[in-house]
Write a protein that binds this ligand. Structure first.
Ligand SMILES: Nc1ncnc2c1ncn2[C@@H]1O[C@H](COP(=O)(O)OP(=O)(O)OP(=O)(O)O)[C@@H](O)[C@H]1O
Ligand SMILES: O=c1ccn([C@@H]2O[C@H](COP(=O)(O)OP(=O)(O)O)[C@@H](O)[C@H]2O)c(=O)[nH]1
Length: 226
């Protein structure tokens, strides 16, 4: 039976998870699942999970684990015969354990980016809220200033991307992510990358994924050979 490749990406806000995920999905054909995107979709459609999630997100809090786990596992259920990349989930140890009971990840990418870089990037991050498309005035500016490339609709800056909110978000990320990172380290699937530019980190991630997917394909082939 073909083995599907299952990965997750972790890192503080602004570390480039979305940017790198896009490249991974394009280069390796993995299905990309972003928890933030699903939540925003649920909020826009007024689903039960969306209505509940909104009250937490508006207060700058994490959505409760059972809500998040139910949402993401049901999305994964629809993808049971597909390789995937998770972004934004699992965020807490309880979420990681719930995921692990259902799917074992092959690889977890963790991004370590200096605080000054995160601050600079986020103060310049512009978002098209409906699609989640992300721009940066220096790194990947829109074709027309302040407008989304596809729809021409206005771009916005999120309040919690402002430098005064960042320190608290970062502290919170570190606290919550540590036991998740420790779990994946103990499972031997954690790969950490440090640097100030995605373009410099990308070749290492690219070759790591190429090697892993090649090994997986070979293993699947051998297990099929009588
Ligand atoms: N796995 C999760 N568990 C709990 N809450 C979540 C989870 N994923 C997303 N959320 C909620 O949705 C919000 C938006 O998530 P999203 O991943 O888009 O962006 P973010 O966490 O604000 O930062 P960034 O994309 O910059 O890393 C979060 O602030 C949080 O309240
Ligand atoms: O090398 C890089 C990688 C990303 N970005 C920008 O930094 C911001 C944060 O990146 P992303 O949204 O991918 O990070 P996430 O919050 O998903 O980890 C975005 O405006 C990106 O365009 C950047 O300027 N340089």
């Amino acid at each position: 039976m073909a083995k599907f490749f299952r990965a997750a990406i972790m890192g503080p806000p602004g570390s480039g998870k979305g940017t790198i995920s896009k490249r991974i999905a394009q280069s390796f054909g993995l299905q990309y699942l972003s928890s933030g995107h699903f939540l925003r979709e649920g909020i826009a459609a007024n689903t039960e999970a969306g209505v509940m999630a909104k009250t937490y997100i508006e207060r700058g809090m994490l959505v409760p684990d059972p809500v998040m786990t139910r949402l993401m596992l049901s999305k994964l259920e629809q993808l049971s015969s597909h390789s995937f990349l998770l972004d934004g989930f699992p965020r807490t140890l309880a979420q990681a354990q719930a995921l692990n009971n259902r799917y074992q990840l092959d690889l977890v990418i963790s991004l370590n980016i200096p605080y000054e870089t995160l601050k600079e990037r986020l103060s310049d991050r512009w978002i098209h809220p409906r699609s989640g498309r992300v721009y940066n005035m220096g790194f990947n500016p829109p074709q027309v200033e302040g407008k989304d490339d596809v729809t021409g609709e206005p771009l916005i800056q999120q309040d919690d991307d402002k430098p005064e909110a960042l320190m608290a978000r970062l502290r919170h990320y570190k606290e919550v992510a540590k036991p998740v990172i420790d779990l994946y380290k103990s499972l031997g699937i954690l790969h950490s990358f440090s640097g100030t530019e995605t373009d410099r980190i990308w070749p290492y991630i690219n070759s790591l994924l190429s090697n892993k997917m090649h090994t997986l394909a070979q293993d699947a082939h051998q297990s099929q050979t009588p």
